[in-house]
Design a protein around this ligand. Structure first.
Ligand SMILES: Nc1ncnc2c1ncn2[C@@H]1O[C@H](COP(=O)(O)OP(=O)(O)O)[C@@H](O)[C@H]1O
Ligand SMILES: [Mg+2]
Length: 276
């Protein structure tokens, strides 16, 4: 079943650059939440902070009641075992076929026999619609298949929390819709808690129970989907309707609210780089 994740006053900076600050919200257990935000607002950094790859400057992250920001590497390892992560590019090992890629966390984290591993890997391949594709290599398959294989790998340890970073980037609209449906089905069958970062408005409009949005270094909203979709907030309305008119500009420097909240545009200039 899914775990609750409680995030309180979370702040992350790199040097002088604050990525986001005072992020506070709870991921409801067993439900799907989507995190939106313009490019460079720190969505990937947020997911990496949740899995302990980055240490926050301040604030707390409690997974199933356990504070993880203060854990040592060895104890983090045990927490990570309970998480499934799908990074932006699927992050498969190019030198291994899909079977070995998907078996990797089992070989790394468990003492299961190869027969048990085979049963689990075959089951997860089947789950993502890739039965019999285990002997293919990442370079031989399409982007959509790589995403699904990455998802299969994220699922092998029966995670209670699944984090997906733009699972739909680079996919066509039909494949994006199928992947969204797959995520809904996985949520229904596993009961895991999901947090999905996406730019896809259709995904955001249809899949999640809750939607949050990062903008100008703050979490400006986190609420049930219908509430967000009906919101009059100009940033949310612009983003969810993909409009050019509104507070969000081509670059952060042009974002209207940049000055309004006292975070002058000069704080930003020259410090922004594209994420990985
Ligand atoms: N390892 C790092 N060191 C320094 N700055 C980083 C690092 N990773 C990300 N950043 C910076 O954090 C900001 C947010 O990046 P990212 O989380 O990739 O944005 P998003 O995923 O929302 O597009 C960017 O300005 C990026 O340059
Ligand atoms: Mg990103």
């Amino acid at each position: 079943m899914g775990v609750a994740v409680e995030i309180e006053g979370l702040t992350k900076s790199f040097g002088k650059q604050t990525v986001w600050s005072d992020v506070t919200f709870d991921l409801p257990p067993g439900e799907i939440s989507v995190l939106l935000g313009p490019s460079g607002t720190g969505k990937s950094v947020f997911l990496k902070t949740l899995v302990g790859l980055f240490k926050p400057d301040r604030g707390s992250i409690r997974i199933d009641g356990d504070e993880i920001t203060t854990l040592r590497e060895r104890d983090l390892y045990a927490v990570r075992r309970r998480l499934g992560v799908l990074f932006q590019d699927g992050a498969l090992f190019g030198s291994m076929n899909l079977y070995d890629n998907i078996a990797f966390p089992l070989r790394e984290h468990t003492r299961k026999t190869e027969a048990e591993i085979r049963r689990i890997v075959d089951d997860r391949l089947d789950l993502v619609g890739m039965k019999g594709d285990g002997d293919k290599f990442p370079a031989e398959i399409s982007g959509g298949m790589r995403k699904r294989a990455g998802l299969a790998r994220a699922l092998v340890l029966d995670p209670e929390l699944i984090l997906c970073d733009e699972p739909d980037s680079g996919l066509d609209p039909v494949r994006t819709a199928f992947l969204g449906e797959l995520i809904s089905e996985l949520n229904a069958t596993t009961g895991a808690t999901f947090l999905i970062v996406t730019h896809d408005i259709n995904t955001a409009r249809t899949i999640p129970d809750h939607i949050g949005m990062l903008y100008l270094r703050k979490l400006i909203a986190f609420a049930p989907r219908e509430e967000i979709l009906a919101s009059n907030d100009p940033v949310l309305r612009q983003f969810l309707n993909a409009r050019r008119e509104g507070p969000i500009g081509m670059a952060e420097e042009k974002d209207a609210a940049g000055d309004a909240d006292g975070l002058g545009v000069d704080d930003y200039r020259g410090e922004h780089r594209e994420g990985p």
